[in-house]
Every structure is written in structure tokens, then in C-alpha cells.
Design a protein around this ligand. Sequence first.
Ligand code: DSN
Length: 479
Amino acid sequence: MSAVSPETQAVRSALSVIGSVEPAVAAAITDELTAQRESLKLIASENYASMAVLLAMGNWLSDKYAEGTPGHRFYAGCAQVDRIEELAAGHARELFGADHAYVQPHSGIDANLVAYWAILAHRIEAPALERAGAKHVNDLTEQDWEQLRQELGSQRMLGMSLDAGGHLTHGFRPNISGKMFHQRTYGTDPATGLLDYAALRETAREFRPLILVAGYSAYPRRINFATMREIADEVGATLLVDMAHFAGLVAGKVLTGDFDPVPHAHVTTTTTHKTLRGPRGGMVLCQQEYAEAVDRGCPMVLGGPLAHVMAAKAVALAEARQPAFRDYAQQVADNAQALAAGLMNRGARLVSNGTDNHLCLVDVGSYGLTGRQAESALLDSGIVTNRNAIPRDPNGAWYTSGIRIGTPALTTRGLGTAEMDVVAGLMHEVLSSTRPGTTKAGTPSKASYELDSALSGRVSKEASGLLAGFPLYPEVDLG
Ligand code: DSN
């Protein structure tokens, strides 16, 4: 009988304990592993965390309240949480070369909220308190407090437009950030698809934002953060870089020098679960002058820190400090380039004609499809992607004209550039065989589509055949 791995023992035991209380939960956890093993995952914001990261989350650290920061808690008995948080923050500082790291945010949205309030506190609230000779907001007169509230509510933010790849939390009206700030956007050059720094500089000079936000969730290129900082300094803005998508490429030294945000930005926010391959969560890195304000994130805008997730962040950051993580990050970028080349060689149009990060944005208008039709046809064929607007998208943010694809997850499974060409071939075959459908009334539809089920079935089989050579969590055998 072959030996059972520690990971298999751990997962089987955990499922047995969970299943003895609520079998439906154990079943859903098991089914999720099966589904993830079988799908060809090209969602640019997802990855597969290691078993060490996953197991670090399933324990009694979850039971502890620890509002505040290490050594300065609003609860007693936080010695272990302090250890964990200090360890994670130390790994983050070392890995990214940051002055300060705050590892409590529960997500990227939370990290951005912490950062926005820290910038408002440092740039607007602190000077107002000083002017009034007050130490605390509770010491302000009603009149000074009202004036401060008005000042806090009338600040400006400049961020990348949604259709150019920006994120909802960068000042857009449907998000809380759009209700907190007056917002304007910058975008890309229609001819090249690249960020238009000259136009951005002009807008910044005219709009004079308190915060210049750089970063994206669907821009397939590098950003020059030295230039961004120069623009921010010229107009007196705080530069905030949201590196949620590409933090792993920064940690893995694929993005260095002017393309590494941390030395240039006053404040850098990130998630920990995308290219960084940690647990779901967020993090804020900042220069020393913002550290005190950032550390007030909880209870300012965050609920109690999740000590079990901070433990998993510490494990993931320790992994990202290993030389192997640099190889992984480079392979993510190489794979994205191979995927882009494979699609373009077959006639697909990519926004900006390629990529130099972990993602590509395919203009599926070049196949006569909307993003929604393309996303559904690919899913029928065992390929998981997500639809995304492209610059100046004629189909809007719901139907869209784009498909966003990324390589972090497949690279973790071990697929390389040769396999990316196979994936590109499968995607091209599905997209070029799909036809737009009609509504029941016979008018053109942006959602329905026609695709031969024999073709989608064959592509699904080919996709699972490819994945069979790259098992997911091979150390875990659920029997
Ligand atoms: N949901 C993340 C993404 O897919 O990019 C960001 O919000």
C-alpha cells in the first residue's frame, strides 16, 4: 500500500470532522476541488494557493478578536495574533522593500478604503486639527467639525477609466469611492492601446486631484510608476498604486525599476490572492509618513482583523520570498506572451496588440461576438474566462466586447508556453465557430449564440486531456 501524504491525511480528516456536523458542507468542499481540477481556468484574478496557505486558515486563530495593531490592541490576550501580524508585515516589508506594511485588510476593496481614509486623515484631517489647536476630532467645535466634514467630502481623485482597465474602487459612482470623491479619469491612446501619459498629465494639471490612482484590473501592459510619481508631485497629489493584479510580478521581480510601484508610490494597495498566490485578502504598503494613518484602518473602516487569514498571508509571503517564486512569476509573464502570440497568430485582435504582464484582453468583436456570447461559448467548451469591457466599448459594461484572460492559475498547475499555444488554438476554434444568436422575436441578441455541441464537447475533452498532464493539488487524494 502506498503511503498517504500528510496533505491527504489532513484534508480527509478535516472533511470527516466537518461532515460529521454538516455533510453538505463537506460535499461542497469536495465538489469544488473536483470542479477546479477539471476546468481550464483563465480568470486573470484567480490562482491556486498552496496547501500550507490553505491549512493555515483552518484553526482557532479565527476565534480571536484583535482590533488595533500589535502591542496596541483594544482586546486582551493578543500575544499570538501580535506574533502572526508582525511576522506577515515583516515578510511584506522585506519582499516589497516597503517602509511599512499593514496586513489586516480583508480584501482589495478594503485595502483601498483603508488607504483612502489614511490619505484623507494625513492630508486633510491632521492639518485641520493642527489649525484648530485640537488633538482629536472630539475636541473640535461644532463649527470646525462641520467645516472639516465639508473639506473631507469635497476632495478629488483621478483614476484610470473603467473601459481602459481601471477598477470600480478607483472613484466610480456605483462604488463608495465615487461617493467619497469627485472623480475624473484618464485612459489609453486609441492608436496604440497604451496608457496616454501626456493626456493624463494635462488632466492632472487641470483637475489637481488629492489622489492620483494608478493600477488596473484589465490593462495588459506595464505602467511607468516613476512617470506617475512625477505627475503626482507636479500637481501636489498623493500617488496611490493598486497593484492587486500584478503584486506577484512585483514580488517575483518581473516588474522592476520604474515598473515597480513600491519605491514610487506614497501608498500601494494589493490583494494577496491573485498573482501573489496567497489567501483571499488585502494589504497596504506605504511610505513612513502615511504609516500611522494606515494603521488606524481597524476599527476606522475595517472589522476585527482575521488572524487566521493573516497567518496564511505570512505563509504565502514566506513562499513568495523563495527563489522559486521568481521562476513562477517569470513563467506567468512568459505564458501570457505565448497565449497572446498564439491568439494573434491565428487572427485574434488583442487590445494593445499583446501583453507584458499576466493578462490579455481579446477584442471578440474581431470574431463578430459580444463578450457575453464569447464567455458563454468558451464555458460550454470547458474554458473559464470572464467578459470585460475594452476601451471605448460599443457594447457597454454588461455585454462588453472583450474577454479577459490570464495565466497565473494555469502556470501554478505547471503549464508552460507550449501548452499556451494549445490553449490559444482551442479558444480560437471555439470563438471562430460561434455565431451570434437571436431573441425569441428573431431580432439580433447580444447574449444568445449558436455553437455546435459536438465541437464544444470535443474541445472540452481536449481541455481536460491537457489538464490531466498537470494535476491540481497532486498531493491531495480524496479517494
Ligand atoms: N474581482 C477582481 C478582478 O477580477 O479583477 C477585482 O475586483
